[in-house]
Design a protein around this ligand. Structure first.
Ligand SMILES: [Fe+2]
Ligand SMILES: [Fe+2]
Length: 324
């Protein structure tokens, strides 16, 4: 029998692995030139560990060479299945959106695993976002699509994509039709919590915008710092990121901006963020129930947090999207 050390291993990029699925083979971490078994076949990585790996920029896990083909087939299978599940739920005409979201998601996962966002990473992400936004301008999200798209919500990367999809939906509902603005909304939403991902803060307690710590209050600025190193990110994207926890009543953070001083697209992302956080907090309940709670919470807090002009339209749009 071969000893563990005689085995050869292949690297699998972690951003391609679904943290909630049962693994088709054992996976290993490389620590001090040794391969340490981390999870067995049939185990899952788990969202918490995955966020942890993201925070530390761990690029990959290792699989035994004997298992690599099985593993890669499984990666492709899981990706296709996600697209098919969406199409099955919402209908064949969402196929393009489903594929678009899958592509965006892959790029987002890749981005979140980067230690630093250089120009190339950001450019690729921007291209992907531009392509996706032009496709949803041609064929806007149906109401069921938005519910189906936000179903997956375990890692900070999932949350970011959910917020982007909800935000762009709301921006369009509010009559925003400019490609450039919608791209910025999408990109700003994707990157809004990057600083949180990089500092290991959790999402819990954000739903009611409680100030849980100084670190939490710093995360919008931290997100901007991570991105600043790359050129070409438009100013509105920074504004969205910096202001996604500002509140209409002036009691938000980090700057305590009030009313019209807050960029309106940052407010849209703020609603989307709030909504997705409530869905996450209620993820153990049936979907329609969690959705109902999130609607009530937005309704309850709307005067404090957001511009009056968004209501009742935003709530109507979210309410129509409620899953059955
Ligand atoms: Fe945040
Ligand atoms: Fe967030």
């Amino acid at each position: 029998m071969m000893s563990e050390s005689d085995q050869s291993y292949s690297l699998v990029i972690l951003s391609k692995v679904d943290p909630e699925r049962e693994l088709p083979a054992d996976i290993f971490l490389k620590i001090d030139q040794k391969y340490i078994r981390f999870r067995g076949r049939g185990d899952t990585i788990g969202a918490e560990k995955f966020d942890d790996f993201m925070q530390h920029g761990l690029e990959g896990i290792f699989v035994k060479d004997d298992d690599i083909m099985t593993f890669l087939d499984w990666v492709t299978f899981v990706q296709n299945e996600e697209v098919e599940a969406l199409v099955a739920e919402v209908g064949e005409d969402t196929k393009e959106i489903a594929i678009g979201v899958a592509k965006v998601k892959e790029k987002v996962y890749e981005t979140f695993f980067e230690q630093e966002l250089n120009d190339e990473v950001v450019e690729q992400l921007q291209d992907q976002v531009a392509e996706f936004v032009s496709s949803i301008k041609k064929q806007p999200f149906s109401q069921q699509t938005i519910a189906a798209l936000t179903k997956k919500n375990s890692t900070i990367a999932d949350h970011s994509v959910n917020v982007a999809n909800i935000a762009v939906y709301l921006a369009m509902v509010m009559g925003q039709a400019h490609q450039y603005v919608l791209e910025n909304v999408y990109l700003g939403a994707i990157l809004h919590d990057l600083g949180k991902a990089k500092s290991g803060l959790t999402e819990s307690g954000v739903g009611d915008m409680r100030f849980s710590s100084q670190a939490m209050q710093n995360h919008p600025e931290l997100s901007v710092q991570v991105i600043r190193k790359s050129k070409g990110v438009p100013d509105p994207v920074y504004k969205i990121i910096l202001q996604h926890h500002e509140q209409w009543n002036g009691y938000g953070y980090p700057a305590g901006l009030e009313g019209e001083a807050i960029y309106e697209m940052a407010q849209i992302v703020s609603i989307a963020n709030f909504f997705d956080n409530i869905l996450f907090e209620n993820r153990d309940k049936p979907r329609h129930e969690a959705w109902e709670i999130a609607l009530k919470r937005v309704d309850h807090d709307k005067e404090r947090f957001w511009a009056p002009k968004f209501f009742p339209r935003v709530l109507q749009a979210l309410s129509k999207a409620k899953p059955a």
